[in-house]
Ligand binder design. Structure first.
Ligand code: PLP
Length: 450
């Protein structure tokens, strides 16, 4: 019988996260204070994050021990399965082998839980009783709601309004875990009120929602902030995905030629791909490819420069690929891929030529999602479907070239809460947006002058 699932025992779960900063040839540019544009001091960051996470953000130590308490919760859903996509391969008639690492087995249905749990844990250890955060499509908010409920932390979630309206079940899930959810822009914060005054019908953006959550944390000394992607410590926590996948592939004597993940802020792609970076730097022939939506093509059409992390210029300024901090992408159905910026780690590695990116429009991405659902059975999140599309293109290329190839991708989450998007797709109502060069150009004029 051919093998479909490659599983690890709980005892084989990695005990350490991998910190790629230890292996990066060029150190990351320091984050800057949004008001002074001087390097952020640790005490300034401490208003937002617990010290343990700030240390992880900046350390060059290669391996970071995962606390036992975190491993204990991880064991609810980790190690996650690695699948060989036999049925998808057959449907494509490809000689390529396709493997996918499925992160939809976590309680919130996506990889976000991998970082939500340690983030809530370290905040609890520092005595924090309340956290403010934002959420795009609702996956991060759901993951954080669950994690905070485990550690007795009160959570306020600013949810991008377009998703709040498109995805009511995500809000209900967060509320079931005990969180308070507000559509963003909201009238609860100065930043939200400003946006609403300019545009009462604003559909919101991650940049705006981040401003609202950061503002709440800065005003209230007992409130911390948490971010579900982009930051170094988030990517660090997500490396458990790639570390497990490597072990699983070893079990079947395989190694990937290409590793793919969808990219919003870069955390699931980083999670699966970063553990392969040292191999690549050591001379291995392997490609690491992020897949983004054409409507929000941060890496493929953005610039690599310092920019504000949020719309109201309250979050740290970081060097990254960006479309401009006030760029509001169209309301595409992969809400988790609508961020204007990109993880500084991913950005730097792309800039160095270690990683690369491609972009696809949403209708072809949903075509890929439906083919995947009909072969492999799992209904993918619209975000994850970008990685599927990327993997299918690789497999078709292998077929055309008559070459064998091993493809590994991260299936970052299931789409069981995203059925309204599938409804739109089935009705032929999904629009294929091309990013607006004009709008991006205007946004890029507002980059900070460093
Ligand atoms: C949030 C999310 C993404 C995008 O975020 P990254 O940080 O780029 O991984 C992708 N897929 C799913 C299922 C998500 O929830």
């Amino acid at each position: 019988m051919k093998q479909t699932k490659i599983l690890l025992n709980e005892s084989e779960m990695p005990r350490e996260w991998y910190n790629v900063q230890a292996d990066m040839k060029i150190p990351l540019a320091p984050p800057l204070h949004p008001a002074t544009l001087q390097p952020m001091k640790p005490e300034e960051m401490a208003a937002l994050f617990p010290m343990a996470l700030l240390e992880q953000e900046m350390t060059n130590k290669r391996w970071i021990t995962i606390p036992d308490e975190v491993l204990d919760v991880y064991a609810l859903f980790r190690p996650s399965p690695l699948y060989r996509a036999h049925r998808l391969e057959k449907a494509l008639g490809t000689p390529a082998k396709i493997y996918y690492k499925y992160e939809g087995v976590s309680p919130s249905g996506s990889h976000k839980t991998n970082t939500a749990i340690p983030q809530a844990y370290y905040n609890m250890r520092e005595g924090i009783k309340r956290i403010a955060t934002e959420t795009g499509a609702g996956q991060w908010g759901s993951a954080m709601s669950y994690a905070c409920s485990l550690y007795g932390i009160d959570l306020n979630v600013y949810m991008v309004k377009v998703s709040y309206e498109q995805k009511p079940y995500r809000r209900l899930l967060m509320e079931t875990y005990g969180a308070h959810v507000f559509p963003s822009p909201s009238s609860r914060t100065e930043s939200g009120r400003k946006i609403l005054a300019d545009d009462p019908n604003s559909s919101g953006s991650l940049g705006i929602a981040i401003s609202e959550a950061v503002e709440e944390a800065l005003i209230n000394p007992d409130v911390h902030y948490a971010l579900g992607s982009v930051l170094n410590h988030v990517l660090l926590h997500q490396t458990i995905i790639g570390l497990e996948a490597k072990k699983q592939l070893e079990k079947v004597g395989d190694y990937p030629d290409v590793v793919l993940g969808c990219v919003g802020g870069g955390s699931n792609f980083g999670g699966i791909a970063l553990p392969f970076v040292s191999d690549k730097l050591g001379g291995k022939n392997i490609r690491l490819v992020g897949v983004e939506p054409s409507a929000c093509p941060t890496i493929t059409k953005g610039v690599y420069d310092y920019d504000y992390g949020d719309t109201a210029k309250m979050a740290p300024v970081v060097k990254m690929y960006t479309l401009g901090h006030d760029f509001v992408p169209p309301g595409i159905h992969a809400g988790g891929l609508r961020y204007h910026g990109m993880s500084p780690i991913i950005s730097s590695l792309v800039h160095e030529g270690v990683m690369s990116a491609v972009a696809y429009k949403q209708n072809p991405v949903f075509d890929a999602a439906v083919l995947f659902a009909n072969t492999e059975g799992i209904l993918p999140a619209p975000e994850s479907a970008h990685a599927i599309k990327g993997a299918i293109e690789e497999a078709i290329q292998a077929k055309e070239e008559g070459k064998e190839k091993t493809i590994l991708f991260c299936l970052s989450g299931h789409g069981n809460f995203d059925l309204s998007s599938y409804d739109q797709y089935h009705q032929g109502k999904l629009e294929d947006f091309e990013y607006s060069e004009e709008l991006v150009k205007k946004s890029l004029e507002k980059l900070p002058k460093i």
